[in-house]
Design a binder for this molecule. Structure first.
Ligand code: KE4
Length: 429
């Protein structure tokens, strides 16, 4: 493959943009090499500045459930554009968007639109704090909820019961209210609650973690979490920014049959445009201004373009009853092909998958929490990433991300991917 233009563009970009990218993971830091500058996407394909074509599984990190440029979303955007772009005033489109989400996700009684997943999770925590009049909250190691200060926290050393900032610029004061528990390990939650009795406003979790690679929570764990939150009057927040409308029309909460108090969304609900949302019980949501005292706002929240794309995406989900069966079939087919290949090399790397989000961990250990995810051979993944690129397949440029299949991935795409996986593993192993 020739990457000449991407290399030149990357040098140019670094002069004006920190690291040449507007989001760190795009810089290929953990896999090495030069990030590809993408010119366009079409269905299951993306094309880089050097006109190289790839079958791709990043899907803009989750939004493209239907692949790039699905006609029904592009048409919705075109007609919305006729009326203008943004008014900073309420529109009927926002009612339509709120209604369709409440229809598809029964736990949502009221919902508010924002412009990113980070805004959604950040605002959900503030609402939970305002509602309970408590300050602390629990997150889980390995889960990512966006870059608001109080999420960029790792577990403090054993002695500390509160978190430690993972990034300069996050103050110890901010970290002090963030408690970090172990994913899929309920005793770590019970200990924190015991040590911080009546001080915890919320527990936020990715019910299917997608930011340490894909690590699903166990049903028992989530059920116990639900019970504890009910008992302790702690707000249970499912961060479904990635799993929402990805693994089922009702998200992970439909797959697990567990009802959170609040849910955060992003990615798919924007149909490729910047949208986030947070919603849940109306008694919690009505603490938000202008009804209640908890302030939360956004200039472009609910803007007509993003709403039109989102409504088109969610309407397509609502109207295509067979959508998730089709995604499951494609995803199972790819998983079987990759596992077949690994057998040929006498390897049993862990492959975690829920619906059309999956991750091939370069470790033969079972991956069911953050420490086991870390046993993966990230440098080997980096080499695999580049081999797959040479074989025309574009994966997430990090071992600790998810790969996404869309309805646009054809059987031919999947067969080519399985072939590329075979050729790459053969060269590496
Ligand atoms: P954004 O602010 O990036 O829209 O959403 C933050 C977020 C919140 N919650 C979950 C479960 C998420 O996965 C994300 C964002 N996901 C990453 C990909 N793993 C975004 C990619 C990036 O940072 O560029």
């Amino acid at each position: 493959m020739n990457y000449t233009k991407s290399i030149a563009l990357f040098e140019e970009a670094k002069k004006y943009i920190p690291g040449g990218v507007n989001s760190p993971v795009r810089a290929f830091k953990s896999v090495g090499g030069t990030p590809l500058f993408i010119e366009r996407g079409e269905g299951s394909r993306i094309f880089d500045a050097d006109k190289n074509e790839y079958i791709e599984y990043v899907g803009s990190w989750g939004p493209h459930l239907f692949g790039h440029n699905p006609k029904f979303i592009i048409d919705a955007l075109k007609s919305a554009l006729e009326n203008g772009t943004s008014f900073g005033a309420p529109t009927e489109l926002e009612i339509k968007m709120a209604k369709i989400i409440t229809e598809l996700v029964p736990s949502i009684e009221k919902i508010r639109m924002v412009n990113s997943g980070t805004e959604a999770t950040m605002s959900a925590i503030r609402a939970a704090r305002g509602f309970t009049n408590r300050n602390k909250f629990i997150k889980f190691e390995g889960c990512y909820h966006g870059h608001a200060d109080y999420f960029l926290i790792k577990a403090g050393s054993g002695a500390l019961t509160f978190g430690v900032p993972t990034s300069p610029g996050v103050t110890a004061a901010n970290a002090a209210d963030t408690l970090v528990a172990d994913y899929n390990y309920i005793n770590s939650v019970k200990t924190l609650i015991h040590e911080n009795k009546n001080e915890i406003a919320a527990i936020i979790i990715e019910p299917i973690a997608g930011n340490m690679g894909v690590v699903p929570a166990s049903k028992e764990f989530l059920a116990e979490l639900r019970d504890i939150c009910t008992e302790e009057e702690i707000v249970l927040i499912f961060d479904e920014v990635m799993s929402g409308f990805r693994v089922a029309k009702g998200g992970a909460q439909e797959v697990y049959g567990i009802k959170p108090d609040m849910t955060t969304f992003g990615k798919i609900i924007g149909g490729g445009l910047p949208v986030g949302a947070f919603g849940g019980r109306k008694d919690i949501m009505d603490t938000l201004a202008p009804v209640g005292p908890v302030y939360q706002a956004g200039t472009l929240s609910g803007n007509p373009l993003a709403m039109s794309a989102g409504i088109a995406a969610l309407t397509h989900i609502k109207e295509n009853k067979n959508l998730y069966n089709i995604l499951e079939e494609k995803s199972q087919y790819l998983e079987d092909g990759i596992k077949e290949n690994m057998k040929k090399f006498n390897k049993s790397f862990a492959m975690n998958r829920v619906g059309s989000m999956s991750c091939l961990f370069f470790t033969d250990k079972k991956v069911d929490n953050f420490p086991s995810a870390l046993t993966s051979d990230a440098p080997l993944y980096g080499k695999y990433f580049h081999k797959m690129l040479e074989n025309g397949v574009y994966l997430a440029p990090s071992q600790f991300e998810a790969m996404f299949i869309s309805t646009a991935h054809s059987k031919e795409d999947l067969d080519k991917t399985i072939e590329a996986n075979y050729l790459s593993l053969r060269e590496l192993l």
